[in-house]
Design a protein. Sequence first.
Length: 117
Amino acid sequence: MSRKKTYLAKKVQNQIANRRMVQLFNLAEKTALSGELELADRYVDIARRISMRSKASIPKEFKRRFCKHCYKYLVPGLNSRIRVCRGKIIVYCEHCQKFTRIPIKNNRTDNQVFKKK
């Protein structure tokens, strides 16, 4: 006898995945601040796997909290450096010695700055 698989709707799956990812990143933050960086890295790995399995994107506020190259949880001052240079935020991972450049966006465009009313 074969069993029929019950599938949840895509929206419900994404909601469950997002809740779990938020919970895992909150746990990663708590454990990293207490000094257990390996456990925080494991939480990030689990959250990434949930994201890939359910094809749900990682929430925006958590995407920049881990290294895109080695997937380690980043804690500024402990295992990463953050600098602002020429309109970019530069995040340097001290584990893999790679960095990520994040552009700083202005709310106004150049045309709006020079227009006179």
